[in-house]
Design a protein around this ligand. Structure first.
Ligand code: NAD
Ligand code: TYD
Length: 339
């Protein structure tokens, strides 16, 4: 089996590459990544010399380069993780979000139509459903929840999902879509909540909590997301959407306090800052479909996962210190200075 993993030098794609290479010794994994600010070859250090691994530094929106890769590799499955993924950046400028997340998806699916494919899998997000109110703990996102986006990021992901559905209906392309809740774990870029708070706490820098910190996210350890996608591409029904989440809802403040507690740091490091524009209140996934139809269950509790994650950031300082001392510094200042 030959599997193309786009965005494999990023957080979840990188974890998925490791997961698949370790689990399927006879699969070929072809990573396609443009190495944007979020892509990092060091994430792939341990697999880069594996004979079953190959890498293309390619933009998924570059039709010519994508077609060439298809001709050379004749892949069986595409798993599309490649995306611009940060809500705050999409609020600053959404252009690249539309190019990569929508046009890139189109190019990949056109290549699948032209060269043939067993499965095209789109890695989407629960953010396409918009948000849920804080005072309705009985409500969850199901696969039937209407798309209702808030940020330019989520709008671009929802647009891509609609296009994937259209390619299924119009051209019979064998597609599946997964919509997962917030991931956390190793190799998470330190602009996102959990790694940013770990890095700042370790550096005794202020921890910028948006608004009052009451927004709720449904956290899933990244390896559990990888196992869900593995199941979907092998056993999922073509044309279907699967929600992925593990009922691990926490307010942002709870998450931040847990990190401070685990690191033995003072809560005085918390700084409440101006809220994010259009900030979604609560995300919460109902994972009944993937559980009932494919037997998927998460295996790592939040308590265990957050400990693993903190340990990883302590043991791999070089990986994230490189990032926060580089170009990312400018972006950090743009988002957080005078906030
Ligand atoms: P990430 O930002 O860490 O990684 C994205 C990767 O895509 C990077 O390696 C980057 O270089 C690459 N990339 C960006 N533009 C590209 C392009 N034009 N061509 C080729 N490669 C390109 O993102 P992530 O958090 O790993 O998210 C991966 C996917 O999972 C995204 O599609 C995201 O929408 C989805 N998702 C993320 C979460 C989460 O909590 N992080 C939750 C649900 C779904
Ligand atoms: P984030 O990791 O950006 O993921 P998403 O917005 O896609 O869910 O943010 C998670 C939550 O944490 C979100 O409610 C915004 C909040 N947040 C902060 O309070 N401070 C921060 O510095 C960041 C990056 C996020």
């Amino acid at each position: 089996m030959k599997i193309v993993v786009t965005g494999g030098a990023g957080f979840i794609g990188g974890n998925f590459v490791h997961y698949m290479i370790n689990k399927y010794k006879d699969y070929k994994i072809i990573c396609v990544d443009a190495l944007t600010y979020a892509g990092n070859m060091e994430t792939l250090d341990s697999v880069k010399d594996n004979p079953n691994f190959s890498f293309y530094k390619t933009d998924i929106a570059d039709r010519k380069a994508v077609y060439e890769m298809f001709e050379k590799e004749t892949p069986d499955i595409i798993v599309n993780f490649a995306a611009e993924s940060h809500v705050d950046r999409s609020i600053e400028n959404s252009e690249i979000f539309l190019k990569t997340n929508v046009m890139g998806t189109q190019v990949l699916m056109d290549a699948c139509r032209k060269y043939g494919i067993k499965r095209y899998h789109q890695v989407s997000t629960d953010e396409v459903y918009g948000d849920l109110p804080l005072d309705r703990q009985d409500l969850f996102f199901t696969e039937k929840t209407p798309l209702h986006t808030s940020s330019p990021y989520s709008a671009s992901k929802a647009s891509a999902d609609l296009l994937v559905g259209a390619y299924y209906r119009t051209y019979n392309l064998p597609v599946t879509i997964s919509r997962c809740s917030n991931n956390y774990g190793p190799y998470h870029f330190p602009e996102k909540l959990i790694p940013l708070m770990i890095a700042n706490a370790l550096n005794d820098k202020k921890l910028p909590v948006y608004g009052k910190g009451k927004n709720v996210r449904d956290w899933l350890y990244v390896e559990d997301h990888c196992s869900a996608i593995d199941l979907i591409i092998h056993k999922g029904k073509v044309g279907e959407v699967y929600n992925v989440g593990g009922h691990n809802e926490r307010t942002n403040l709870e998450v931040v306090k847990t990190i401070l507690h685990e690191l033995g740091k003072s809560e005085e490091l918390i700084k409440y800052v101006t809220d994010r524009k259009g900030h979604d209140m609560r995300y919460a996934i109902d994972p009944a479909k993937i559980h009932n139809e494919l037997g998927w269950l998460p295996t790592i509790t939040f308590d265990k996962g957050i400990k693993n994650t903190i340990r990883w950031y302590l043991d791999n300082k070089a990986w994230w210190e490189n990032i926060i001392s580089g170009e990312y510094k400018n972006c950090y200042e743009k988002i957080y200075t005078n906030r």
